[in-house]
Each structure stands twice: as C-alpha cells, then as structure tokens.
Ligand binder design. Structure first.
Ligand code: ACO
Length: 211
C-alpha cells in the first residue's frame, strides 16, 4: 500500500470509493440512509486544495494502482468562518443537515479562538474500502495527512469524528479532545433527532493537534 497526495485526476476514483464505502457506513449517513449531490461535490471539491491523502494498492490486476482509502481535508480560515451568517431557518437538504451538525460541533470546539490561530487544516472525511479495513490503513492515512498539513505550514489539524473508530484513532495519535456532542442535541423544532447512529457510535467528538 502506498500513500500519496490526492490529485484532481483522482477525483472520480475517490468519489467511487466514497459511494461504495463511506456513505453506506459512516454513522450520520448510515442513520439517515441518504446523501445528496451537494455532499459529494463538496467532498470531491476538497482535493483541489492539495490537502488530501489517498492509499493505493498495486497488484497484478491493478498495476497502475487502486484507491482503497482516503483522508480528505481542506484549508479553513478564521476570517471566513467568522464572517459566515448564522442560519435562521432549519436545514432541509441532506447536505445542509450535515453542515449544520458539524457546524454545531465546530462551534463547541472553537479552535480558532482556543489556539489563537488564523488558519487550520480541517479534516473532512476518512474512508477505507470494506475489504481493506482493520489493517491500519486509516491510522496511516491520518499520519500521512497530518504530516502533509505540517509541511504546508498549518499550525493546527482538526478532526471531527462521527465514528467511534476514528475517534479512537485520534486519541491514539495524541490529539486533544476539544468538543463532544450527543447525536440527539441536533434536533428539529419538535425535538426529534435528525440522526440516530447505531452502536457502538456513542457521540460525536472533535479533536485537534498542534503541528
Ligand atoms: N469494529 C470494531 N473496531 C473497528 C472497526 C469495526 N468495524 N473498524 C475499525 N475499528 C478499530 C480498529 O480495531 C482499530 O483499533 P485498534 O488499533 O485498537 O485495533 C481502529 O478502529 C482503526 O483501525 P484501522 O485499521 O486504522 O481503521 P480502518 O482502516 O479499518 O478504517 C474507518 C476505519 C475509516 C473508520 C473505516 O471503518 C471506514 O471507512 N468506515 C466508514 C466511514 C466512516 O465511518 N468514516 C469515519 C467517519 S468520521 C470522519 O470522517 C473523520
């Protein structure tokens, strides 16, 4: 398995990996059972920023490589986040809901003020092909992606974890827990939770690492 920076030529293959192996299993999407094109477009749109890492397998049937994992991250600037208008109406589309959920978690962790920085490497998605799980690929994707962010000069690396598995990895890698959020804190006006992920995913967590 080789790890390298994702390039725009990888966009289609990464999208296929997400469709087959991220959306069906990631706790929020699994709970909701659907995702929309805006979600895919945002995910794939992160690659052009040069802050994403992929894991590639080379074998007899795939001499040119086959993408089995990705860690998508993107640059986030304090001035942009602080300039965002607070939403006044409830989210309606699948992507708006995910953005609102992550927005609540990120507001709790408040990394720009907490660490007094102007920019961060914001982790977005972590995905490993079902047949390749349990081999440490996700861990190595984090290690490589953190190193990439460090080389690019980001002072802080942020991971929002909706999965207990990715949260455990963040702990193992020595990241600092900056926020926790119960899944049912994110609910509609009648108090009905938008997401009810299955066990063992207990709650969402955000982590940060000083680079
Ligand atoms: N059941 C129990 N433990 C698991 C499972 C599982 N299904 N999957 C991973 N783990 C544990 C591993 O045992 C390991 O812990 P250990 O070191 O104590 O043994 C740890 O999680 C990570 O192991 P890796 O082998 O590095 O992880 P893997 O390559 O299997 O990928 C991932 C983990 C990315 C979460 C994968 O299961 C996946 O793609 N899931 C679907 C998408 C998803 O949920 N992504 C994370 C969402 S949050 C985010 O994007 C940051």
């Amino acid at each position: 398995i080789k790890y390298r920076n994702a390039e725009t030529k990888d966009e289609e293959a990464v999208l296929q990996l997400l469709r087959d192996h991220f959306y069906p299993d990631e706790p929020l999407n699994k709970s909701k059972g659907s995702h929309d094109k805006a979600d895919e477009d945002f995910a794939i749109g992160t690659i052009k920023h040069g802050l994403c890492t992929i894991a590639e397998v080379f074998d007899a049937s795939h001499p040119d490589g086959y993408i089995v994992g990705c860690r998508l991250s993107y640059p986030s600037a304090r001035e942009d986040v602080e300039a965002e208008e607070p939403k006044t109406s409830p989210p309606t589309t699948d992507f708006e809901k995910i953005v609102a959920f992550l927005g609540m978690l990120e507001a709790k962790s408040n990394v720009f003020q907490r660490f007094n920085v102007e920019k961060i490497a914001q982790g977005h998605m972590l995905s490993v092909h079902k047949d390749f799980r349990g081999k440490g690929i996700a861990k190595q994707l984090y290690v490589e992606n953190i190193e990439l962010a460090r080389k690019l000069g980001y002072p802080i690396y942020v991971c929002d974890c909706t999965s207990l598995f990715s949260a455990k990895l963040c702990e193992k890698l020595g990241m600092e827990l900056t926020a926790t959020m119960q899944f049912d804190e994110f609910a509609d006006a009648n108090g009905n939770a938008y997401y009810q992920p299955p066990p063992p995913h207990d709650f969402a967590r955000s982590f940060a690492l000083r680079l």
